[in-house]
Ligand binder design. Structure first.
Ligand code: SF4
Ligand code: SF4
Length: 285
């Protein structure tokens, strides 16, 4: 058992014993050795389920939305990506910081259960240390800007419009509209999503390339300046759509048009698309 697992259990026990939190969200060992799914610990007697290993892939923050009106505080283990996701939810008015107790964990990256190699979402992680926390576990991991994460976008940008259309049509053909990408996304936090509307004029329910494309593009534009690059959407997609290519294209364009910006590094900075300047580029008007 790792030192971090021992410390996690000790901290969780203390928080639950003292009543600091009602329950705590972390990870536990799954059915297979290469699975460590999220766990919800409601009693100090169960802290032995908590684990920290190289397969704690899933984000924890989105689960905070399942409890909109907590009676007390919710404890949550948060890595760099989870901490930014928590900031995202706070900034979008979905949760209150005072209702959350954050146990930050400095993260060296997780493994892909299918290959045993570093998970794709961790290969391009720029902030592995939790930027917001009430208590921190582990020593901070060096951070790098990872400009190589935009390499695939630059290659796509070199394609002609027809080639781009063909490329993305093939991708959206594969989509089965399971909405796993939306469900895991901390920026997709509307209580009622446009795809769940049944009235005429909203998103069609057919599973075809056109409707799938409309879903994928509407979603990516909706989270354009709010995506925290956690990579959860691409990780969760059962059909292997390269969703981070869409997200990073918009991130790259926003950086170019409005200056360097990283979503949810704090809860105060207004995202670039949520404010208006007379100097804004308006070439599309
Ligand atoms: S779009 Fe994907 S990478 Fe961006 S915040 Fe949502 S899940 Fe994370
Ligand atoms: S997770 Fe993948 S298959 Fe499911 S709706 Fe999203 S893009 Fe489509």
């Amino acid at each position: 058992m790792s030192d971090t697992t021992v410390k996690m259990r000790d901290i969780a026990k203390d928080l639950l014993d003292k009543g600091t939190v009602d329950y705590i969200i972390g990870w536990e060992k799954g059915r297979f050795s290469n699975q460590s799914p999220p766990a919800f610990i409601t009693s100090a007697a169960h802290v032995g389920r908590l684990i920290w290993d190289e397969y704690c892939l899933a984000g924890t923050a989105k689960y905070l939305l399942d409890d909109k009106f907590p009676t007390g505080k919710i404890g949550i283990f948060a890595r760099g990506c989870d901490a930014r996701a928590i900031n995202r939810l706070i900034q979008d008015g979905q949760i209150n910081r005072e209702n959350i107790y954050i146990v930050g964990i400095c993260c060296s990256g997780m493994k892909d259960p299918a290959t045993g190699n570093t998970a794709e979402k961790c290969q391009y992680c720029t902030h592995p240390n939790p930027i917001v926390n009430d208590i921190l576990l582990g020593d901070p991991v060096p951070e790098t800007n990872k400009p190589e994460r935009f390499k695939a976008i630059e290659e796509l940008e070199r394609l002609s419009p027809d080639e781009k259309y063909e490329y993305w049509s093939k991708q959206f053909e594969k989509c089965i509209r399971c909405y796993a990408c939306r469900n895991v996304c901390p920026a997709c936090n509307c209580r009622e999503c446009f795809v769940d509307q049944y009235r005429v004029g909203w998103q069609g329910k057919q599973n075809n390339e056109d409707e799938n494309r409309l879903f994928g593009l509407t979603r990516v534009y909706h989270i354009a300046d709010r995506c925290i690059e956690c990579g959860e959407c691409a990780r969760a997609c059962p059909m292997g759509l390269p969703l981070m290519e869409l997200n990073r294209k918009l991130i790259k364009d926003i950086n170019k048009l409005f200056g360097p910006y990283e979503a949810s590094m704090d809860t105060e900075t207004t995202p670039p698309l949520a404010k208006y300047n007379l100097e804004d580029i308006e070439e599309f008007m």
